[in-house]
Design a protein around this ligand. Structure first.
Ligand SMILES: [Zn+2]
Length: 417
């Protein structure tokens, strides 16, 4: 079978034909130049208005990289025509295989973008003999197309997360759809602020906001305010993750001051290297760390008591009825308030003042997947790390939407990967 036949099957362009395809040796290895020619009487399309216009004058011949076939780099070789267009003036024709000023075929761009969901952008560039910037442009194309063509119908549950992105308490706000069976990133806000979150509701529009049944977030006041204003009918659910994070903050504060005091008093430094033992989930510890933690828990320390309290609180999420959970919460908080450990008391006060949000969780059980905020945050951080190489907000946004946005793609005659 001839290459031209294969290409015609993979990528047919009505007004163009594939001609001779000689091999040549590029710096990266074997390459193929596929000459493309317009059909006789085929008139070029003006890149300004999209209309067929006359034009025979040619620009210099150019190579447009296409998807590599069998490890061989493939280029479409073509000299674009100059178009004489009455409304637009003299323009360059629009070739059907590349968009606008792109030097790369659209098919290759979608191919690279799809690989960039599995590999880091630099890895994609290395494997397919291209540059990081080309991969970035390809991913951007995929994201912009996906966002313009995604549907916002039927969103009933959202989760609002904040992820730190720089030292010094800088946060970005990410909004996800978190219904059963549909989890995807909907919105990335530059910072954690009331205005940023309003940006999400502006994007969503009033009709879709009115269809929201649940909104899951932390207890940060501006978030609560915006949700109440833009989707007042939605039941507000407290996410497990920020509750745990608050408790960890308290444990850390207790541990730090206790370790300092013990050192000053000349006690045995049992709390040395204990930070992560106490903060990580027990199931995430290594065997060695588990053994060390077991040893540490033998001591009668404030840090240990704070740790045990957090672990005991996990039971709260397992209650099936608000009644039992309510008693559990009230008893627990009362006990903490009697203690003299200020960081713990702060957490108890916070839980008490947001009791209602905790109850809402029971109503939402099975409808939204609350409590998955930690997993979402992990994936978002991983994505930002994998797409390293840029520092702009736009780059970060593109990477996050691409990886976590579950964006749609156009229909292709052939999927290359
Ligand atoms: Zn025109």
């Amino acid at each position: 079978m001839q290459l031209q036949t294969i290409l015609k099957r993979l990528q047919r362009h009505k007004s163009f034909v594939y001609r001779q395809a000689p091999f040549w040796d590029s710096d990266e290895g074997l390459a193929l130049d596929v000459a493309v020619q317009p059909r006789v009487n085929g008139r070029p399309i003006c890149s300004g208005c999209g209309q067929h216009r006359p034009g025979d004058d040619r620009l210099p011949t150019r190579r447009f990289p296409f998807v590599p076939l069998g490890g061989i780099a493939v280029f479409f070789v073509y000299a674009l025509r100059r178009v004489d267009c009455p409304p637009c003036g003299v323009k360059v024709e629009r070739g059907p295989w590349a968009a606008g000023q792109e030097h790369v075929t659209t098919t290759l761009q979608w191919f690279l973008a799809r690989w960039a969901q599995r590999l880091s952008w630099q890895e994609v560039a290395d494997v397919f003999w291209t540059r990081w910037n080309t991969v970035y442009r390809a991913v951007t194309l995929a994201v912009l197309w996906g966002i313009a063509n995604r549907s916002l119908e039927g969103i009933t549950g959202i989760g609002i997360d904040d992820i730190p992105w720089r030292k010094g308490h800088k946060y970005r706000t990410l909004v996800y759809q978190i219904q059963q069976g549909c989890k995807r990133l909907l919105y990335v806000a530059a910072e954690r602020s009331e205005e940023s979150l309003r940006g999400f509701f502006d994007m969503l529009g009033k009709t879709h906001a009115a269809a929201l049944e649940f909104a899951c977030s932390d207890m940060w006041k501006p978030s609560l305010k915006v949700i109440a204003a833009c989707a007042g009918q939605a039941v507000h659910v407290l996410d497990r993750y920020p509750v745990r994070a608050q408790m960890n903050k308290a444990i850390d504060a207790v541990r730090a001051s206790e370790a300092k005091r013990r050192k000053a008093d000349g006690h045995e430094p049992v709390l040395k290297h204990s930070r992560w033992l106490l903060l990580k989930r027990p199931e995430n510890l290594t065997d060695n760390q588990t053994a060390k933690l077991k040893e540490l828990l033998q001591y009668n320390l404030k840090s240990v008591r704070a740790y045990l309290l957090r672990e005991a609180f996990q039971r709260f999420w397992e209650y099936r009825s608000p009644y039992g959970a309510g008693r559990f919460l009230r008893d627990g908080c009362a006990k903490v308030m009697r203690s003299r450990i200020e960081p713990r008391k702060k957490v108890a006060r916070m839980l008490r003042s947001h009791e209602e949000l905790l109850w809402n969780g029971f109503e939402a059980k099975g409808v939204v997947s609350a409590g998955s905020g930690e997993g979402r945050n992990y994936n978002a951080k991983l994505t930002m790390r994998k797409a390293y190489g840029f520092h702009t907000l736009r780059g970060v946004k593109i990477a996050l939407y691409h990886r976590l946005g579950a964006l749609p793609e156009p229909q292709f005659t052939h999927k290359f990967c």
